[in-house]
Structures are given as C-alpha cells and as structure tokens.
Design a protein around this ligand. Structure first.
Ligand SMILES: [Cu+2]
Length: 170
C-alpha cells in the first residue's frame, strides 16, 4: 500500500512536470489552444516560409483559422495541399481552415500550413517571430513562433509552379 501511494505520487509529479513543459509553449485564445508553433527555417534567398502549429478546439462550436499578420512578410496565407495530376500543389484556403469542436488540427509538413509570403528577411534556426493569427470566432491572438531547421519538408515551396505566390512578388 505504501509502495502504491509512492508510485501514485511519483506519477502525479511527472504528470505536473509534463504539464509545465507543455504549457510553456502554449497559447490560449477563447476555447482554442495553440501548440508547437514553428516556422520552417529558410535560406537567405527564400521568398516564402512555411508555418506549422497544432490548434486544439476545447469548445462546443467549430471555429476557423482565417489569416494572420506579421511584420517580416507581406502576407500570411492558410494553405492546403492537393495532388493534381500526380503533382503535389498548394493553394490558399478561401474560407479558412475548419477547427471542429473537440478536435486538434495539425498544420504540418505535407498538409495544411501557414505560408508567409514575400519574406522581408530569412528565417534562421533558433530565432523567434511573433505572428498574429485571426480566427473567425476566437478573434485574433499573438503567438510566438520558434524558427526550426531547413530540413525535412517533403514539399519544395520554391520549385514548383506557384501562381498564387508569384502573384504577390514583383
Ligand atoms: Cu504553401
């Protein structure tokens, strides 16, 4: 019995620790919890950068991620990936990204993501950037993104035809 309660308190202690670590990089707005906001690192000549995050909806109503605002790029778009004629392409989501109640939506490599258009500066690993995200119901919220490394994105954001992107560049 003594052993069991010791184990229980040990478990509780680890649970609290995990909670503390998780909440360190969490932003809440209304019933939404935003986790692991990351901007993919870029090379110096990059015109665009991708943003990844997880959005949990703890409420009873659906919400939508509509857009965002930053000082380091002209525009923030919410992109979806689609395979057209065997080629992976991306395009802006006109109505924003649905965040269903009780669900967590991951914006990640190869799936929906944020796209920072016409970068004013490169994104270097280890830096942070403030991004204002605009939700339909929860409103706007400032989220501190960490810049990650260059590697690992299965989608080349600069190589393929990208009419939506090029329309914003000179
Ligand atoms: Cu994109």
């Amino acid at each position: 019995m003594i052993q069991r309660s010791f184990l229980l308190s040990l478990t509780a202690a680890f649970g609290l620790l995990a909670l503390a670590i998780a909440s360190a990089n969490e932003t809440k707005v209304g019933s939404l919890i935003i986790e692991q906001p990351t901007i993919r690192g870029t090379v110096k000549t990059a015109k665009v950068a991708a943003g990844y995050l997880t959005i949990k909806n703890t409420g009873a109503e659906a919400d939508r991620l509509l857009s965002g605002q930053v000082t380091f790029a002209d525009q923030v778009q919410v992109h979806e990936m689609k395979v057209t004629d065997g080629v992976m392409t991306m395009r802006p989501l006109g109505d924003g990204l649905l965040i269903p109640p009780g669900e967590a939506v991951m914006l990640k490599r190869g799936a929906e993501h944020l796209m920072f258009m016409k970068l004013a500066e490169p994104m270097s690993e280890g830096e942070t950037r403030m991004v204002t995200l605009q939700f339909e119901k929860a409103g706007s919220v400032e989220v501190m993104f960490s810049v990650g490394n260059l590697a690992g994105d299965p989608v080349d954001h600069t190589g393929h035809d990208h009419s939506d992107h090029s329309s914003h560049s000179d």
